[in-house]
Design a protein around this ligand. Structure first.
Ligand SMILES: Cc1cc2nc3c(=O)[nH]c(=O)nc-3n(C[C@H](O)[C@H](O)[C@H](O)COP(=O)(O)OP(=O)(O)OC[C@H]3O[C@@H](n4cnc5c(N)ncnc54)[C@H](O)[C@@H]3O)c2cc1C
Length: 479
């Protein structure tokens, strides 16, 4: 009998396993996929110029200590997100607005200028944001930022309102509501009508605020990438654990808790027995497993009704950064979609020039229904329209093109992390993530720090292992 079984070899499960090992526990990791990493997946490029991060990509070495410690331990090279040149806001299929990148408004720029979505938008003569509209957007952005800086539990009344209804109640106009919707699409793959205000604000609260969650400089979550992609971090942790303890290709079918032991069976016919279990699969997937005894009714209600976002990526690789030659930094966001947000994902030292498009929310869901050729055409057409390049041959001839629809993956079913149904976040606050019998839960969704990110997954994995170590009477390690 093992001390502990860990279900899932994503970042939280891997960290839980490594922490259990360091505490001297015996353990096994049971993973459905034939790889480690979960939503951290970076297949190699055919060009040999690195990897395409189809899941997590960005980190911040000043604000995310756990992931940074692995990056340093494994000697991985980082690439800073370019924040020079010009960005674009696509207002509609025919309207676009260019703006210089940056968090700090430059006083000498012609007014009006407005920092929105963490970026500075400069109004040109054809500006889409009139002065009152700008004030309206600033008012909402400042309100959400101020709320997300308060160290308080979420308010029950805010959990009964969608974020859309909440900002409308504060007086948001239509254009502001569209920007708020972009935040939710970009951050959670949903629409602002589908997530409660309490959850959105609390999510920002756990991520240093709304602006930090959106920022591309050293103050935020999109500060840097890894030259070799993020999945090598998962490979590195798996090496530290020892692959002999990780059972890949073993989807868990049932979990039985008989007080003195936990029995886990897989669809491949393997059985594991231990004193404790740490379950790291996203809670929205609990309904796919057979639990004996059944999970508490409240936990079933919370987990079965949670939504996983339509959070898809297209990674488009080129020989040359043609957008930079045109004066653009690669960043744009779009109200019309299907791409919500694009960021440069180049690694110049490897000769890799790339754009990563997030194709999220309801428009992303429609895009995901198309066949692969149509999806590729739609992405390239939107890029051509946003960059206004017509039949520019560079844009139309990527050297590699990936798209990844996380909603279609049976062991993810969407991303980033499950968003509770409206009204369920506060209602089930006391039970979500708490141990049930011998079963402990980890995953980025439970983290108090960088929830939704790799850092959050590592934080939660470490805490879950500490709970189990304590429950088993403390560390057995002599180290
Ligand atoms: C497109 C995208 C972009 C992202 N961008 C960033 C970013 O830039 N920066 C950042 O920090 N984070 C980013 N993230 C989020 C980050 O990837 C996640 O927060 C983190 O990887 C979650 O780890 P986890 O362990 O909580 O969950 P998961 O990675 O979901 O791990 C759960 C594991 O459980 C396994 N599993 C599921 N069902 C079963 C079963 N029945 N039996 C056995 N195993 C099972 C899964 O295969 C998986 O390996 C992104 C995610 C996506 C999808």
């Amino acid at each position: 009998m093992f001390d502990v079984l860990i279900v899932g070899a994503g970042m939280s499960g891997l960290q839980a396993a490594l922490s259990a090992k360091e505490a001297g526990l015996s353990f096994a990791v049971i993973e459905a996929r034939d790889r480690v990493g979960g939503k951290v997946w970076s297949p190699p490029l055919a060009s040999g110029r690195g990897r395409a991060d189809l899941g997590a990509a960005w980190i911040n070495d000043e604000m995310q200590p756990l992931i940074t410690a692995y990056v340093r331990r494994f000697g991985m090279k980082t690439v800073r997100q370019p924040i020079d040149l010009t960005s674009i806001m696509q207002v509609s299929e025919t309207e676009r607005l260019e703006f210089p990148f940056g968090m700090v408004p430059e006083v000498n720029l012609p007014p009006p200028s407005i920092p929105i979505n963490g970026y500075l938008v400069v109004a040109n003569s054809d500006c889409q944001f009139a002065s009152e509209e700008r004030k309206n957007l600033e008012m909402i952005r400042d309100h959400i930022e101020a709320e997300s800086q308060k160290k308080k539990p979420p308010k029950p009344e805010d959990d009964l309102l969608s974020l859309d209804a909440y900002v409308r109640k504060l007086g948001a106009n239509e254009k502001t509501c569209k920007m708020v919707n972009i935040w939710v699409r970009a951050m959670h793959g949903l629409e602002s009508t589908e997530e409660s205000a309490a959850h959105f604000i609390d999510y920002c609260r756990r991520n240093h605020g709304l602006l930090a969650a959106r920022a591309d400089d050293h103050t935020g979550g999109n500060y840097m990438r890894l030259a070799e992609g993020t999945q090598p971090i998962a490979f590195g942790i798996a090496d530290l654990i020892g692959y002999q303890y990780i059972y890949l290709g073993q989807p868990v079918h049932s979990i039985t808790d008989e007080n003195d032991k936990i029995t886990i069976t897989t669809t491949e016919g393997k059985t594991f027995v231990a004193k404790k279990a740490i379950v790291s699969i996203p809670s929205a997937l609990f309904k796919d497993l057979h639990w004996t005894p059944a999970l508490p009714t409240a936990l079933q209600e919370r987990s079965s009704n949670a939504k996983l976002g339509h959070y898809s990526k297209a990674v488009i690789c080129y020989d040359k950064p043609w957008w930079r030659d045109l004066g653009f930094n690669g960043f744009f966001f779009s109200f019309s979609g299907p791409i919500s947000i694009v960021r440069d994902s180049s690694v110049p030292e490897k000769g890799l020039y790339g754009l990563t498009a997030f194709v999220n929310g309801s428009v992303g869901a429609e895009w995901a229904k198309k066949d692969p050729h149509t999806r590729r055409r739609i992405i390239l057409e939107q890029l051509a329209s946003v960059y206004n390049v017509g039949k520019d041959p560079e844009l139309w001839r990527p050297i590699e093109f990936f798209d990844q629809i996380w909603k279609h993956e049976p062991y993810s079913q969407g991303a980033l992390s499950p968003i509770p149904a409206i009204g369920h976040y506060v209602k089930h606050w006391d039970i979500h993530g708490k141990p049930v019998g011998n079963i402990h839960f980890v995953g980025t969704e439970y983290s108090h720090h960088w929830k939704g990110y790799m850092e959050g997954a590592l934080t939660s994995g470490r805490e879950g292992a500490a709970q189990v170590v304590a429950a088993l009477g403390g560390s057995r390690s002599r180290l």
